[in-house]
Design a protein around this ligand. Structure first.
Ligand code: RIB
Length: 301
């Protein structure tokens, strides 16, 4: 079984399901409230663990009850939380999420403890774990992710470059494969090829060691990895809530590659995982199990 270190965020997601997402200044009534475990890092850790990998989470939460709950949840998933710091200086990360009837979302995040991670702790954790793969995102400071990727032994470093803002300080020379959606890809390439995902994937691949995957939601994906372009359609799905679907893709894609699967297979399993996650409410609870991923991926659809 491959060993994966996920450096990233742990959030409490507070979700209101509304008929439509409010515009600025607007109030939308008749919502339904739910709380789910979330955070891109923790979601990807659970996705990889449910897919069969041995996973360590490198992160920080507050000393509050949300931190207790979220850690209990990760432990119940078999994720090693030895390297999750408890900090007094900030509350556990929180995301306020509006999900509309079509399953689309709008998210506001208070990073809290996620921005209190000490890069030195991450470097020593990676040195101790010696993972086969490291996964990162952008809900913790980029210097934390750079420290993790810089300390990683030879293997696989997958960066989900999400969210993208003006302050991207990722050292792409330390990244093997970048995963982005189409909007993030266009932001990172200054819109130069905004309507051509294959060109976006090729352009971003030049910044990394092995390549780039551009996910296209219901349109599938385009990837350029190890000099080869892959185009895959999406699996048909009934979209209930897209929150965490990208995280399901990243966790399962990285777990499959770390286990030695070919890129084509890892992309297909990742896509199947994303489709299954989009059909289920919430972030972490929607991460699919290995047998469901395999059944959909092998279904020939
Ligand atoms: O990718 C989905 C995640 O983004 C949610 O779980 C939320 O916590 C936000 O960070």
């Amino acid at each position: 079984m491959s060993c994966i270190a996920v450096v990233g965020s742990i959030n409490q997601d507070i979700v209101i399901r509304v008929p439509r997402i409010p515009r600025p200044g607007e109030t939308v009534h008749h919502g339904r409230l739910a709380r789910y475990a979330g955070g891109k890092g923790a979601n990807q850790a659970v996705a990889a663990a449910r897919a069969g990998a041995t996973v360590s989470m490198l992160a920080a939460v507050g000393t509050d009850p949300d931190g207790d709950d979220l850690l209990r949840g990760l432990i119940a998933e078999g994720v090693d939380t030895t390297h999750v710091a408890r900090v007094d200086s900030a509350a556990t990360g929180t995301a306020l999420i509006a999900v509309d009837d079509a399953g689309a979302n709008s998210i506001a995040v208070a990073e809290g403890a996620n921005f209190e991670i000490d890069p030195a702790d991450i470097t020593s954790a990676i040195a101790g774990i010696q993972p086969d793969a490291v996964i990162g995102q952008r809900e913790v400071p980029d210097d934390v992710t750079n420290a993790a990727f810089g300390a990683a032994p030879p293997g696989l470093r997958v960066l989900n470059v999400s969210p993208v803002d003006e302050g991207v300080a990722i050292d792409f020379a330390l990244v093997d494969i970048a995963v982005v959606n189409e909007i993030e890809a266009a932001q990172l390439t200054a819109d130069s090829n905004a309507d051509d995902p294959a060109a976006l994937a090729r352009a971003l691949a030049t910044r990394t060691h092995r390549g780039c995957v551009v996910t296209l939601g219901g349109q599938g994906l385009v990837a350029h990895v190890d000099g080869q372009t892959h185009v895959q359609p999406a699996f048909p799905t009934t979209v209930v809530d897209t929150t965490g679907a990208g995280d399901a893709f990243c966790g399962v894609f990285a777990a499959a590659l770390a286990a030695g699967r070919p890129v084509e297979t890892a992309l297909r399993w990742g896509q199947a995982a994303g489709a299954l996650a989009a059909a289920t409410p919430g972030a972490q609870p929607s991460m699919p199990r290995r047998h469901d991923i395999r059944r959909l991926a092998d279904s020939g659809t």
